[in-house]
Design a protein around this ligand. Structure first.
Ligand code: FAD
Length: 554
């Protein structure tokens, strides 16, 4: 960067996830002389990255083969890619006890070239995304990229006359709870850049502002799911029984069951991690209707299922967390009126663009691939930044990302429209289906109750403690209820304040008769509240850099 300061650079990447770091690494490999800076709101690399995470490694191999010769021989590579998948179960859970392995049906789908065939993962890797991100960040630094952690961006700065970005503004530091300036106050610095790459992950703060301000459109609203996950240390007997290199994907109970319901999209996962550790999680479409539903209750039910329980009973949760996934697929990718995924010198990558293949709930490979394509586009258009987003889009359209997104283009919408039982079989018709009109997730909520809710409340305090989340307490709440009147007169009387239940961090509470984000320090940055408040009445903003969860092994 210029003058040894961080307030001006040539390419500014917001978000040090797989997408942003892949872009940085690829760009340095193509054009080492270009200044590249990545800013990340987490205190350390990997802190805010949570995933399953089954990694389809081809884009990672492509990236590292071109940028880091001999990368396979490093200790980090051997550690991050230690677990190759050799056993792949796809299960259907019927009630708490019964399970069927439906691997053969998915195998058949693959032979018949049906979309469901994509759900097979033998030969892929089961990784920790936190460790993957840390490693990629280290490689980026070694190539000369400036990687700044604890730097949260709050705004993208646009030149209104041409919608070109001139940079981003960081979050103010040193305000008290009421928003008054403290002696250590520092106004959010502006970082100027010739290119701004938005790689903030799902529901990006700057990305959504940019989409609105620059007039980008989605053909269909973005849909989300909420993933909650625990890393559990089990006994060596249990781990050996599960076997290393094995991944299990389960559909059905406790999210949907034939006839009796409930009827939510999603499923559970059990992945073998490093020795004696299993990742257990549940991913549920945020268009659930039950006002008393909490994804953590579903996780509890999933862990109690006979198939899962025997592998984890008596184990210790060593890390936990929650995050959203963009599910809308092809139709929900934001584009400007020329079709560009971004505009001018602003490029939108990875989960911020919505490049998750919902047929298999996998986005890591596409995030990395989008980083590669963004870097190529910037390298080619360096002297003409205005052409970057159109060129990036051309490259994306020729890439595997476009092929995958098109193959799953109606999948999630069919389920949103008809529910899992009818929607899943219908989605087999793929591209032959018309584009279904679907509503934003929050509109789905009604007064129905989750039939499988347990008697005991989920222990959110322990959950957030294992996520190790914290923020400086003396700062304004970064979670804003836009109109408290709506909470008092509509949401609480009709739905009984669902944010109190569904927020995985237990941020919301009733205080003196009013619902408030009483514990913003517990926030896991999953942004579920912003997308699931039934009155669209909560706004997530970025807290001071360095706050939030501290995932190490997720
Ligand atoms: C429970 C769960 C399970 C999943 N399982 C799988 C799986 O098995 N396989 C798979 O391929 N995919 C899986 N995914 C999806 C996968 O995790 C994502 O597709 C992938 O992480 C996207 O990478 P990204 O770089 O776009 O975003 P992210 O990984 O989210 O990284 C974005 C980064 O940007 C930072 N950031 C955001 N806003 C700002 C800001 N304003 N200022 C500064 N920094 C900012 C964030 O802190 C974060 O570090 C799963 C997701 C979840 C939630």
């Amino acid at each position: 960067m210029s003058d040894n300061s961080y307030n001006q650079t040539e390419v500014l990447i917001v978000g040090a996830g797989p997408a942003g770091l892949a872009a940085a690494i690829q760009l340095k490999a193509l054009r080492p002389e270009i200044e590249v800076c990545v800013i990340e709101k987490g205190a350390e690399l990997g802190n805010h990255n949570l995933s399953g995470a089954v990694l389809e490694a081809e884009p990672l191999h492509t990236l590292l083969n071109s940028a880091v010769p001999g990368w396979q021989d490093s200790t980090e590579a051997r550690e991050v890619l230690a677990s190759k998948i050799n056993k792949d179960n796809i299960m259907f859970f019927l009630g708490r006890k019964i399970s069927f392995n439906i691997f053969f049906a998915v195998r058949l789908a693959k032979i018949l070239r049906l979309g469901f065939g994509q759900m097979l993962h033998r030969g892929d890797y089961s990784v920790s995304i936190s460790k993957l991100t840390k490693w990629l960040g280290q490689l980026a630094k070694e190539l000369g990229v400036e990687v700044l952690t604890g730097f949260a961006a709050q705004d993208i700065i646009l030149n209104k006359s041409n919608n070109m970005a001139t940079g981003v503004r960081l979050v103010d530091q040193g305000l008290d709870r009421e928003g008054n300036r403290q002696p250590n106050f520092a106004e959010g610095e502006v970082i100027s850049a010739s290119f701004v790459v938005l790689a903030e992950g799902c529901d990006g703060l700057l990305t959504e502002k940019f989409i609105e301000e620059a007039g980008l459109q989605r053909q269909s609203p973005q849909l989300y799911s909420v993933g909650v996950k625990e890393l559990i240390k089990v006994s060596s007997e249990q781990y050996n029984k599960f076997t290393s290199g094995r991944v299990v994907h389960a559909m059905g109970y406790p999210l949907w069951t034939p006839v009796l319901g409930p009827g939510m999209f999603g499923g559970g996962i059990v992945y073998a991690g490093v020795k004696e550790h299993l990742s257990v999680g549940i991913i549920v479409g945020a268009d659930w209707k039950y006002c008393d539903f909490n994804p953590q209750d579903a996780l509890t039910n999933f862990k109690e299922h006979r198939f899962v329980k025997r592998f984890i009973e008596g184990g210790t949760v060593v890390e936990a967390g929650a995050k959203m996934i963009p599910e809308g697929g092809y139709y929900a990718v934001p584009r400007d009126k020329t079709g560009a995924i971004g505009k001018g010198n602003v490029l939108i990558l990875g989960d911020s663009a919505g490049f998750v293949n919902m047929m298999k709930i996998k986005g890591l490979h596409n995030a990395i691939d989008s980083g590669i394509q963004a870097a190529k586009a910037i390298a080619e258009t360096f002297s003409n930044p205005d052409a970057a987003a159109p060129r990036y889009t051309e490259l994306i359209d020729k890439s595997n990302i476009a092929r995958e997104m098109k193959s799953a283009m109606n999948f999630r919408q069919a389920i949103a429209k008809y529910g899992p039982l009818q929607g899943m079989p219908l989605s087999v018709f793929g591209k032959l289906l018309p584009k279904f009109n679907v509503e934003k997730d929050y509109k789905a909520m009604n007064t129905a109750r989750y039939r499988l809710k347990g008697d005991k409340e989920f222990d959110k305090d322990t959950f957030t403690a294992t996520a190790a989340t914290e923020h400086r307490e003396e700062q304004p709440s970064h979670l804003k209820i836009l109109d408290t009147n709506i909470c008092n007169t509509e949401c609480t009387p009709i739905f009984d304040s669902p944010c109190i239940t569904f927020c995985p961090g237990g941020v919301y509470e009733t205080v003196q008769g009013e619902v408030r984000p009483a514990n913003p320090s517990n926030c896991l940055h999953c942004k579920t509240c912003q997308r699931k408040c039934p009155f669209d009445n909560i706004k997530w903003t970025a807290p001071e850099g360095g706050g939030g969860p501290r995932y190490k092994r997720m």
